[in-house]
Design a binder for this molecule. Sequence first.
Ligand code: NAD
Ligand code: ZN
Length: 294
Amino acid sequence: MSPIFRIVSPNFQGMGIGLLYGQSPASLRNGRPLGYPVQREMSELETNLAGLEKILLGGPKIAVLTGAGISAESGIPTFRGEDGLWKKHRAEELATPQAFYHAPALVWEWYDWRRGIIASKEPNAGHRALVRWERYFPHFVLITQNVDGLHRRAGSQNVLELHGNIWEVRCTREGTITENYESPLNPIPPLCPACGAMLRPNVVWFGESLPAETLEEAYAASASCDLMFVIGTSAFVQPAASLPLLAAERGVPIVEVNPQPTPLTASADFVFRGRAGDVLPLIDERLPAGSTGG
Ligand SMILES: NC(=O)c1ccc[n+]([C@@H]2O[C@H](COP(=O)([O-])OP(=O)(O)OC[C@H]3O[C@@H](n4cnc5c(N)ncnc54)[C@H](O)[C@@H]3O)[C@@H](O)[C@H]2O)c1
Ligand SMILES: [Zn+2]
């Protein structure tokens, strides 16, 4: 790793760039002393953007890992945020094979509620920036932990959905996977039209294996990229959280976009302490105009 890429030292972690983006007073208070000199924050942002621009203009092979945070600005709750509870249940309790085995209707009600929220929301500026990057960079792989389908809805063509998709259902008897956009679902739990067995969401629950081929492609992209973005993930869920480490171990610059520090922050070379919908368009502006395909 050339020291030139180590622009944000660990000492700078926790400092925000939010003042530039007009964030709400609540988010400005997050982990930062009030009254921090704005000028200094601006120059750090500028340094970060300029350093990143240099790399981007060299046409690097890019891998991007996204998590629930990129969809937060679309109004979709994250698991670890303030909205992480549903009817007093923690997401980590409901998103398990055990919960589904013991209380399939409860788990389906939760998915039905989440599907209803997602259906009423739209992709945001963060998703849209990634669509443009896919068109702009010949080597670009988007890996997501999200199940909401918003990357595809925004227009991203190749998305590695590590944890499945909430708009797909799988027969618990036959394993058949089909798309299903019914919202609200009726009945709950939904039944397989072919054999009458219960359907389950085609998502990966805690304790389950990830789709092997998708994970393989995600590993390959992380092991061969020249630049890796980690956007809106708490980096607690494995094996997704280990992907950026594959890149970091090779000295590849890591860019973190997250209002909060994460376990990956220490491995990041560029730390943008802001919201994806604010930060990604700022980075996007550094690409040559007119060549990003709109
Ligand atoms: N939208 C979805 O599909 C969705 C929603 C919730 C959870 N999940 C699932 O939950 C698991 C949780 O892991 P995770 O790491 O993806 O999510 P998480 O809920 O654990 O963490 C969300 C992260 O996003 C950050 N964040 C919040 N707002 C942000 C913003 N505007 N811009 C950038 N970052 C922001 C938070 O600081 C946090 O670090 C994953 O398996 C994922 O599949 C998916
Ligand atoms: Zn069936």
